[in-house]
Ligand binder design. Sequence first.
Ligand SMILES: [Zn+2]
Ligand SMILES: [Zn+2]
Length: 658
Amino acid sequence: MKVDVAIPKTKLDFFTYSTKDDLEPGDLVVVPIRNATKFGIVINKDSQREIAGIKSVHELVEKNFIPHKLLKLYKWMADYYLSPLGEVLKLALPTKILKKFEFTRRPERAPSTVKAPVPNHYQSIAIKTITEALQAGEYATFLLYGITGSGKTEVYLRCVEKVINQGGRALVLVPEISQTPLLFERFEERFHSEVATIHSTLSDKERRQAWYAIKEGRYRVVIGPRSTIFIPIPDLKIIIVDEEHDQSYKEHTRMPHYNARDVAVARSKFENIVAVLGSATPQIESYHNTETGKYQLLDLKERIDARPLPKIEIIDLKDEPRPYITPVMQSQIEQTLKNDEQVIIFLNRRGFAPSLMCPHCGFTAKCPFCKLPLVYHKSEKDESASLSCHICSHKSPVRTVCPKCGRATLLYRGAGTQRIEELLRKIFHETELALDKEDSLVVRLDRDSARRKGHMQTILKAFEQGKAKILLGTQLVTKGFDFHDVTLVGIVNADITLHLPDFRSGERTFQVLTQVAGRSGRGEKPGRVLIQTYHPEQYSTIFDQLQNYASFYTQELELRKQLGFPPFSRLILLRLRGENEKNVWQEAEKIYDILKKIHGLRLFGPNRSFYYKVRKNYRVFIIIKVSKNYPHRRFKFLTVYKPRKCDIEIDVDPLEVF
Ligand SMILES: [Zn+2]
Ligand SMILES: [Zn+2]
C-alpha cells in the first residue's frame, strides 16, 4: 500500500511512501526524507501517485494522532491560506512536540467559594440561546456583541459550565493571557484545576506536556492564544473567541498568515459544534456576517447593574500652548485624584520623543536601513538611552551635536509615553523615578516597561490595589482590565492610528478608542473620557460614535461598499522582499503579468509598501481583489512559486494593506 504523508516544515503538501502497515489518515509515523528521518502525519491512504524509487515508512508511532476532523481543518487551511500543508503543520505542532515526554499533573486546588453573579436580562437571553444551540448539537456561530462592561465573561462562564455538565470540553481563545489576566482568573475561580492554560512564556517542555495532557482529555477547559486553535481536544463542544476583533489573532510573521478567529469558525463547522465570538467593537466583517445570516447576533445592550457609559469630551489641540497634558486634562486629573479615584492616560506611542531634529539645518535622525525617523528613548533602570528604529529595532547611540551643521541644539519633537510620564511626575510633584516603587503615583505600561519579567503584573497589581493612582500606557492598557475606581480616561493624542494608509485605519481607531474609553466608570461612580485631537472635525464621525457601534458600522459599511472592500470582496496581498531593489520590482511585474491572465480578479500594484525598506530588504506589494466565493485553487501555484533572489509572502484576508 502507498500512503501520502505531510511533514512539518516542508514546503510541500505531502510526500508518498510505501508501507506494509494498515495506516489511516491522522496516524503519526516516522519517514525517511533526503538523508534524515522525520515525523509525519498520514493524510491519504491508498495513494495512487506513481513515484520512482519510492521509500517506505520507517515506523508507526501512534494511531489516530490527529483526529480526522482536525486533519480536515489543517487541509482546509492549506487551501484557504495558500500555504503548503507542511507549513500548516509547522504551526499546528509546536516546537519539539513530537519528542518523548513525561507528564506531571497539576496539584488539585481546593474548590473556591466564589459566588457566580446573577445574569441580567440580556445576559440571560444570550446564555439561553447558546445553550439551546449546544443541546441541538449542531454547528452555529454567535457574535456576542456587548458594550464595554456589559459582562461577556459571565456569558462565557455559564455556557462553558453547561458544556462541562454534559461531559463536553471547551476551548477559549484570548488575545494574550498576560493582557487578559482577569478572564483567566475568572475561569480558574469557577472551574479550578479543570482549566489548562497555554502561556506564551511556557517552556518547550511545558508546552509539550500541556499539549498531550489536553489531547488525552485531562482538562475540561483550555485557554490560550491563537496557536491553541490547533490542539486536538476530545469531545470539544464549544469554541469561544474573546475580543474577536483583536489583531493578535492574525499570524503576522510566519506563513500561513491565518486568522485564528476565522479558523475557529471553520473548526466549529468541521466538528459540528458551537462557536461564540465576543467583542464590544466587532470587526466590520463579523458584524456584517450577522446581517447575512452567517452568524447569529446576541446583543448585550447594557452595562452590568445598568451603569451609565462614560461622558466623552473632545479637546481641540490646535490652539493649545501645552499640547500633551492640556490645562483641562490637568485640572480633571487633579479633581479625580482629590476624589481619591483613579486615572488612565493613553498614548499609543512608546519612547520619549518620536523624532530628533536640528532646528538650524533641518537634519532628522533616521534609521540607516529603513530611512524612517528614529525614536528617542531615555535611559531607564536597565536600558541606556538610545535612538531606536521601531520598524527594524536598530539602535543608534544618542547624539547631542548635529552631524550635518555641527551645532549642539538637537530638538526632541513630539511625545511618547516616557515623556508624558516625566510631565505627569513634574506636574504632580513626584520626584522618585524608580518605576518599581509600588507607592509611586504614576505607573507606566508599554512594551518597554513590560519587557522585564513579572513587571507588568507588578504594575497592574499596584494600580489595582490603589497604591498607584495614574496608569499611563500604550495599547496594553486598553485590554480587558476591570479597575473599579477609574473614573477618568485621558487620551493624549487620538490621531496617531489614523495616519496609516489603510482602509481599516478608521475602524482600528474606533476600536482602540472605544476600548480605552470603556475602562472608565466600571465601578459605582460614573466615568469621564477626555479625547485630545488636532482634527476634531475630520474625525468627528469616529469621536461622535464611540459609544454607538451600530451607527459607526452603518457608515463604515457604506464606505466599504462604495470602494468594494471587504466584506464586499476578498483581498489577497502578495509581498515581495529582497535586497536588490530593481530585481524586486522586476519579479513583482512578472507575477503581475501571470496574475493578469487569470479570469475574474482585480489587481492593484505593484506598489511600494508603506515601510518600503526594512533593514536591507525592499518591499513591494500587489493586491488581488476577488469576489467572496472565488475559488482559491486558482492561486494554488503561488504556494510553490519561487521568485528570483527574493522572498514572497502571501496574506489571505490581510489586516494591513500597505
Ligand atoms: Zn530600521
Ligand atoms: Zn543641523
